[in-house]
Design a protein around this ligand. Structure first.
Ligand code: HEM
Ligand SMILES: Nc1nc2c(c(=O)[nH]1)N[C@H]1C(S)=C(S)[C@@H](COP(=O)(O)O)O[C@H]1N2
Ligand SMILES: [Mo]
Length: 346
């Protein structure tokens, strides 16, 4: 027989679950946007902690559920939400611990993609489930006891996440070696062993560009791709949101040098559009052009078609979806770089 918990305990449990769900969803999306190690570490740790923390409230939630089922039969999408949540947690942990194991890359679909799809489904089911069951926060949630409870829950979630990390290390699981973003190493210094990845729907073009069209205010220049290998070398990490990363020596021409050779009056706070023959595009701040490379080579060899031949963008510190492949056009624009979709649309 379940403990006869007071009504308010049920409401608090639901509010706690909702907070953890929203935190997991928010940090999950953020985890795809961050590229540099320190913010990535924080976001990814918060994501793992929030997700795993849902498990801590299972004993209380099961009381709430049993009580509700005594009043009326199961309904309102609660069961599907529960199943989706368990599968989301399972695939998240499978990715975090398993890495390149058979579970992670079976049928060519990274388990992380399955996780993200399940996470999105969980989010949708959560809206349906919580809609007619508004649990209003109360002032007493922030009294001393309320804060103590929230603090205990927070500490518990972090402890659970830490236990997971310790487990990967103690068992020697591949997960112990993943990057701050959660990605696993694949094909460092060996581009042929690096996965070929498209963001959503793009495909390797049949006829790659033979020249690069560079546009600056008042000028348009066609640069033969053969002229783009200027010997500028960046050693940089390509980190795909599909859960893998690779370090390569990329060679080509620094974007600021290329733009300077074409035009003079570059807008001080402008941006630069890097556009693929396929239409895939990203806009970056012009002020960062000195840290960007248009690469024709990786590890001393010309890029393969899959990896962006004849020329691709190398954007150190940014996630893979910024590294536009098969670049056909580079255009300086007098517009803020953030005026674009936060993630590519194709
Ligand atoms: C309700 C929704 C979600 C829940 C409950 C959830 C939960 C989890 C859990 C428990 C882990 C394993 C963490 C660990 O073992 O350390 C994980 C990993 C991960 N999740 Fe989610 N997740 C959700 C949605 C998402 C979404 C929408 C995204 C991306 C758009 C995402 C991206 C990731 C990434 C990148 C990892 C790997 C992090 C790592 O290696 O530590 N998740 N998730
Ligand atoms: N034109 C174009 N460029 C693209 C993509 C794409 O779909 N189309 N995918 C991006 C993503 S998500 C990643 S991770 C890298 C993958 O580079 P690779 O295939 O050389 O490993 O390319 C990026 N550049
Ligand atoms: Mo990617």
């Amino acid at each position: 027989m379940a403990l006869p918990l007071p009504r308010r305990a049920g409401r608090r449990t639901n509010v706690g679950l909702l907070a953890l769900f929203l935190l997991a969803l928010g940090t999950g999306v953020l985890a795809f946007a961050v590229g540099s190690p320190v913010p990535a570490r924080l976001v990814v740790a918060a994501h793992g902690a929030a997700g795993l923390g849902l498990l801590l409230l299972v004993p209380w939630k099961s009381v709430v559920v049993r009580r509700a089922w005594q009043r009326r039969p199961a309904g309102g999408g609660g069961v599907s939400l529960g199943v989706a949540t368990v599968l989301t947690l399972l695939t998240g942990v499978l990715h975090a611990g398993g890495g390149t194991g058979p579970w992670s890359w079976s049928a060519g679909v990274p388990v992380l993609h399955v996780h993200v799809a399940l996470g999105a489904a969980t989010g949708a089911l959560l809206v349906v489930h919580a809609w007619g069951r508004r649990q209003r926060p109360r002032a007493t949630d922030l009294d001393r006891r309320g804060l103590l409870r929230a603090g205990a829950l927070g500490a518990g979630t972090v402890a659970l996440w830490g236990a997971g990390e310790a487990l990967w290390r103690l068992t020697g699981a591949a997960g112990a070696a993943r990057r701050a973003t959660g990605s696993f190493e694949r094909g460092t210094d060996d581009p042929a062993a690096m996965p070929v990845t498209q963001w959503i729907s793009d495909a390797v073009p049949d006829s790659p560009a033979a020249e690069l069209v560079v546009t600056t205010p008042g000028r348009r220049v066609r640069v033969p791709v053969g002229d783009l290998d200027q010997g500028d070398v960046f050693r940089a990490v390509l980190d795909c949101t599909g859960g893998w990363y690779a370090v390569q020596d990329w060679r080509g021409v620094r974007l600021d040098r290329l733009l300077a050779s074409v035009g003079r009056d570059l807008p001080a706070d402008g941006a630069v559009d890097v556009v693929s023959v396929t239409g895939f595009r990203r806009r970056l701040p012009l002020s960062e052009a000195g840290g960007l490379l248009l690469a024709t080579h990786a590890a001393g060899r010309p890029l393969s078609p899959g990896h962006g031949a004849p020329v691709r963008l190398v954007a150190p510190g940014r996630r893979g979806f910024w590294w536009v492949k098969w670049v056909a056009r580079v255009e300086v624009v007098d517009a803020p770089w953030w005026l674009q979709s936060p993630f590519p649309l194709q």
